[in-house]
Design a binder for this molecule. Structure first.
Ligand code: C2E
Ligand code: MG
Ligand code: MG
Ligand code: MG
Length: 291
């Protein structure tokens, strides 16, 4: 079997089965990368009151020749395990920058403020990562301050090298978002050392947040956490985005708890670039605008 350098598969005790599955899918992923089968879908990030699209998150899909369009959950774990997340992530970064620059060119500087691809911890550990970001910006012409890199807390973020990488990106003007905030183990201590600009409140705090009936302590707890996160972000000068909003009631409640930006199926689902472009072209578009 021919395996490229970045395609080494590591076996851990007790992990035979998933690793073997990953090895199998690893070959398939490499082929797919070369065949250009990965696509980005885009989901609007919206001002909760007014409903304008202020940015888009880029989410990868695999347009598989026989299995159809696959969601990240079906291949990102294997891509991480095989190391192929590094070249895949490089494609995602480059394509997101290219597409956003094209939209800005076509629809003008107010069309969108930022594009936000997700970045895996494996990419952060890649010594070429900062250079890859610099190149993606230079070659696509996207201004650095329009790029937001979404990092999960768990991913982030230990070690001097990762810390140096994050500070270099920050110094370039690239913004960093803490994704799925509240689900990691050290949210608060992380905020001291991590040059984040944005906190994305995890969907698990948004689910059920609108419920008000007496005897729903879970909803009360979510509201308390969501509110505290908004206050903390405000005190630290960070922006917040509430993720996974599925109803107007949730949007209204989050707004009253201090959130100005949100993302979720209630406003819009992730969509192919052509549809996203149409939405951005109608600049004043309001999506799921509430009172
Ligand atoms: P994430 O970064 O937290 O992205 C949000 C996920 O929630 C997306 O799922 C999105 O489609 C989904 N979502 C948005 N609004 C709603 C809603 O109202 N309800 C529900 N039920 N779901 C909603 P998706 O696209 O399947 O991505 C899942 C995860 O895969 C992402 O979570 C991210 O961690 C990872 N991922 C996606 N694209 C990439 C990528 O290019 N690179 C890496 N490393 N990870 C990626
Ligand atoms: Mg994300
Ligand atoms: Mg998220
Ligand atoms: Mg998530």
């Amino acid at each position: 079997k021919q395996r490229g350098k970045g395609n080494r598969v590591r076996f851990h005790d007790g992990m035979e089965e998933p690793v073997l599955a990953h090895a199998r899918i690893g070959g398939d992923l490499r082929r797919a990368l070369e065949a250009g089968e990965f696509r980005l879908h885009y989901q609007p990030i919206v001002a909760l009151g007014e409903g304008q699209v202020i940015g888009v998150e880029a989410l990868v899909r695999w347009d598989h020749p026989t299995r159809g369009l696959l969601a990240p959950a079906e291949f990102i774990p294997a891509a991480e395990a095989t190391g192929l997340i590094v070249p895949l992530g490089r494609f995602v970064l480059r394509e997101a920058c290219r597409q956003a620059a094209a939209w800005l060119e076509e629809y003008g500087p107010d069309a969108l403020q930022k594009v936000a691809p997700n970045v895996s911890v494996r990419q952060l550990h890649d010594p070429d990562f900062v250079e890859d970001v610099r190149e993606a910006l230079a070659e696509t012409g996207l201004p650095a301050d329009r790029l937001v890199l979404e990092l999960t807390e768990s991913a982030v973020l230990r070690g001097e090298q990762v810390s140096r990488t994050l500070h270099e990106l920050h110094a370039m003007g690239v913004r960093l978002a803490l994704d799925d905030f509240g689900t990691g183990e050290s949210s608060l201590s992380l905020l001291r050392s991590f040059p984040a600009s944005i906190i994305k409140l995890d969907k698990s705090f948004v689910d059920g947040i609108e419920l008000d009936e007496p005897g729903t302590p879970a909803a009360e707890a979510r509201q308390a956490v969501a509110h505290a996160v908004a206050q903390l972000a405000g005190a630290l000068g960070l922006d917040t985005v509430a993720e996974g909003i599925e109803s107007q009631e949730q949007a209204d409640r989050l707004r009253s708890l201090g959130y100005t930006l949100g993302q979720g199926y209630h406003m819009a689902r992730p969509m192919p670039a052509e549809l996203m472009g149409e939405m951005l072209s109608r600049r004043a578009e309001r999506v799921g605008a509430g009172a």
